[in-house]
Design a protein around this ligand. Structure first.
Ligand code: AN7
Length: 360
């Protein structure tokens, strides 16, 4: 085997992960996602600033969940598990279904009926998971799977499974490796709050190991209709078009507060309208298609720019680097893209009519 060939995050970062020579590595070569310079957004922040997009939509199943799932499924196999289960707003189920298929184990997913994006549903189904649409929301589904896994020998692969967080922290390692240091700021969506927990652990670990010199300020954004952390209490009926983060009682609530406070950051909210504006700007100005929940990062960036949040850093004449995490691919939710833009104009198949319409 050629050691230089990329074979996923477990192989690349094994010394930071709870694996040993007996761990069977179930991988789809996840990770190693691009950090894309965003010129338009950088100019909006101001001189001396660089905005980068960590495009996690380019993972094998189209979201950051694959980083955690490769480890969670590998460890489940090491422990001879035969079945895994998760509750999901969509991406976790897509990832669990794919990695379980690869491992040859059973996968059961509970999703809120009618509230997950089409691409994600198609993934869970095509990979052969047992998909159950429950009459309830994500929080109800999570409560159910917690209860089920207490009573039956089925491994929980939601981010309550610590291996999920361990795998996901590798994204912050990649950012540090690429930039040669941690960024000054990191902006990301917050739903169940596993990912902000993972990134913060990763950044702290890299600094402790002497592999980066600083820690970023962590800036998390929830959707206004599903912002329990911002409002300081669980939300019974969370609502947002960003279905991935339609979560009213995050499992890693306390760890999200820890990341916020230790990094002197913030967790704020953005409206669905702000999310959709950001969703379009990202696609039209940067050429990057991310799902609505991921656009919450950009909506957050725009909100902070408007507030003048970065001014006090910019006036110090130092370069600032901002990394926005784009957690999932835009193709996950094609219906939202089509609903957001005017449908294509129906034209007669006639040369002259078309030329006129194009404006020549
Ligand atoms: C695209 O799939 O919770 O704060 O069940 O799919 O770690 O929950 C997805 C969450 C952000 C929020 N962006 O991350 C699930 C699920 C996208 C997501 C989040 C999710 P966490």
């Amino acid at each position: 085997m050629n050691a230089k060939k990329y074979k996923g995050i477990i192989q690349k970062y094994s010394r930071f992960l709870p694996v040993n020579s007996k761990t069977p590595i179930i991988t789809l070569n996840e990770g190693n996602t691009p950090l894309i310079y965003a010129g338009y957004l950088s100019r909006l922040v101001g001189k001396n600033s660089e905005v980068y997009l960590k495009y996690e939509g380019l993972n094998p199943t189209g979201s950051f969940k694959d980083r955690g799932m490769t480890l969670a499924i590998s460890k489940a196999c090491e422990q001879k598990a035969t079945a895994v289960i998760c509750a999901s707003t969509g991406n976790t189920s897509a990832s669990a279904a794919a990695y379980a298929a690869r491992a040859g184990i059973k996968c059961i997913v509970l999703i809120p009926s009618g509230a997950i994006a089409l691409g994600k549903l198609s993934q869970a189904l095509i990979h052969g998971a047992k998909v159950l649409a429950i009459k309830g929301n994500f929080d109800d589904a999570l409560n159910l799977v917690k209860e089920i896994t207490k009573m039956f020998p089925i491994t929980l692969v939601n981010s309550l499974n610590p291996y999920r967080i361990q795998g996901q922290k590798t994204a912050s390692f990649e950012i540090c490796d690429y930039l040669g240091n941690a960024p000054d700021f990191q902006i990301m969506p917050v739903g169940n709050a596993g990912n902000i927990t993972a990134y913060w652990e990763g950044y702290k670990e890299y600094k402790t190991q002497g592999l980066s010199k600083r820690l970023p300020v962590m800036l998390g954004f929830q959707a206004a209709g599903a912002a329990p952390i911002v409002r300081g209490k669980p939300i019974n009926n969370p609502e947002t078009i960003a279905t991935a983060i339609r979560i009213g009682n995050p499992a890693s609530w306390k760890n999200a507060l820890l990341a916020r406070d230790e990094s002197k950051g913030l967790i704020d909210l953005v409206s669905d309208k702000q999310i959709l504006v950001a969703y379009r700007i990202l696609a039209e100005k940067e050429g990057v298609f991310a799902e609505p929940a991921s656009a919450a990062s950009i909506a957050g960036l725009l909100k902070l720019i408007k507030k003048g949040y970065f001014q006090r850093y910019l006036t110090k004449q130092q370069k600032i680097r901002i990394v926005c995490i784009l957690t999932g691919h835009g193709l996950k939710d094609p219906e939202r893209a089509i609903k957001t833009i005017q449908p294509p104009k129906l034209m007669r198949a006639d040369f002259k009519t078309i030329i006129k319409e194009i404006g020549y």
